[in-house]
Ligand binder design. Structure first.
Ligand SMILES: Cc1ncc(COP(=O)(O)O)c(C=O)c1O
Length: 379
């Protein structure tokens, strides 16, 4: 049996939607379908504004530009994240300050954030790992007290909630990803969510090469011109058409993913009770979206053998983030050492992710669990 790690859940409706846009000849960005998708995002998640972007990476970059982050500013983020979170900071000439994560959820630890706030701190970027919410009440309270922004990296957290509120709509800005690997996808894409009119206006200008083209298209100005520093973050209506269908299927996709997640979790529970493996913690205030099912092993060697054995049996299990602080760039450019964040290092070395996609059959799920149990029994 061969089981890939991911498989996008796409069907005839997505194909038809793309064909229709191509036939219409209107394939530019910020077009009629893009606008429809933005209104769907606002409605679904309860955010005042939604701006579609070319990727989650670009939504993060646009966010920090819109907040006026610049050289000399410090931004706190976890090291256990994708390079994009830190790149967005570096591209503004600001300094990433890495905080430790919590072992249960692998999310940024507010106690460590507090220790790392200085006079130069301008923002915190909590990353909702695996679609499980960070401790947003604590993070928002710290931000308010210190007058700093919160940009949620909700790349993995579409349709997940914290205390009933959708992740990506709690901080000043939230960033979603619609990359092929994400629950809701259009191949490459993202969105910036905010309730602030000011941030939305700035982001809209940045997204359109630093011009007021969006206002022009709405008929608010009679010509458009260069008014700020900007870039090109508008995604084509071809991709928006895919997203438009995927968002209609969001509840179904999320439910299917959570069913698989629950099966893995229930089937491996006894191993966690005996501390043979460590399962993810889902805090009661969090409703996750089944984005990732992971567990941790006791040592790096065990993880190496487990992954290799599962691969031999056709199961596309994989590791995840290599910590940013101890990466070649993190060491050379920012002066970090691996031991600065021991929990992050431990997690990165011992974590394994199992295949998870909505159309996975029961037979494949059972095959995976049987083999995980079998492999662990031999280690
Ligand atoms: C935590 C996190 N942030 C940002 C990104 C970047 O998103 P994208 O691939 O859409 O640029 C990703 C995803 O791949 C991610 O996992």
């Amino acid at each position: 049996m061969k089981i890939p790690f991911i498989k996008p859940f796409l069907g005839e409706e997505e194909i038809e939607a793309v064909t229709n846009v191509l036939r219409s000849g209107k394939i530019h960005g910020d077009g009629p379908i893009g606008k429809k998708v933005e209104s769907k995002l606002r409605y679904l998640f309860g955010s005042k504004h939604a701006l579609l972007t070319t990727s989650g990476t670009h939504a993060l970059e646009m966010s920090l530009m819109a907040l006026g982050i610049m050289s000399g500013d410090e931004i706190i983020l976890p090291s256990f994240t994708f390079a994009s979170t830190a790149n967005a900071i570096m591209l503004q000439g600001a300094k990433p300050v890495f905080a430790e994560i919590e072992l249960g959820t692998l999310n940024i630890d507010p106690i460590d954030i507090k220790k790392k706030i200085t006079k130069k701190t301008r923002a915190i970027i909590p990353v909702h790992y695996a679609g499980v919410g960070c401790k947003m009440d604590d993070i928002m309270a710290l931000a308010k007290k210190n007058n700093i922004f919160v940009v949620e990296d909700a790349a993995q957290a579409v349709c997940a909630r914290y205390k009933g509120r959708y992740l990506g709509t709690i901080g000043d800005i939230g960033c979603y990803s619609f990359h092929e690997t994400k629950n809701i996808t259009c191949g490459e894409g993202g969105a910036l969510m905010t309730d602030s009119d000011e941030i939305k206006e700035r982001a809209e200008i940045i997204r359109e090469k630093g011009t007021n083209r969006s206002a022009f298209l709405r008929g608010e100005v009679d010509k458009y011109t260069w008014i700020e520093k900007g870039s090109s973050y508008v995604n084509s209506d071809i991709l928006s058409a895919v997203l438009n269908v995927q968002l209609d299927r969001m509840k179904e996709i999320t439910a299917r993913r959570k069913k698989i997640y629950d099966y893995y979790n229930d089937s491996l529970k006894d191993l966690a009770e005996r501390e043979r493996i460590y399962l993810p913690e889902i805090p009661p205030e969090c409703e996750h979206n089944g984005h990732i099912f992971y567990f941790r092993l006791r040592t790096e060697q065990e993880r190496y053998h487990c992954m290799a054995e599962l691969k031999n049996r056709g199961i596309g299990a994989t590791f995840h983030y290599i910590p940013l602080h101890s990466s070649p760039y993190g060491r050379r450019r920012l002066g970090y050492k691996a031991e600065d964040l021991p929990i992050t290092e431990l997690v990165s070395k011992t974590l394994i992710r199992l295949p998870l996609y909505p159309q996975m059959t029961n037979k494949k799920m059972e095959y995976i669990v049987d083999n995980v149990r079998n492999v662990l029994g031999r280690l």
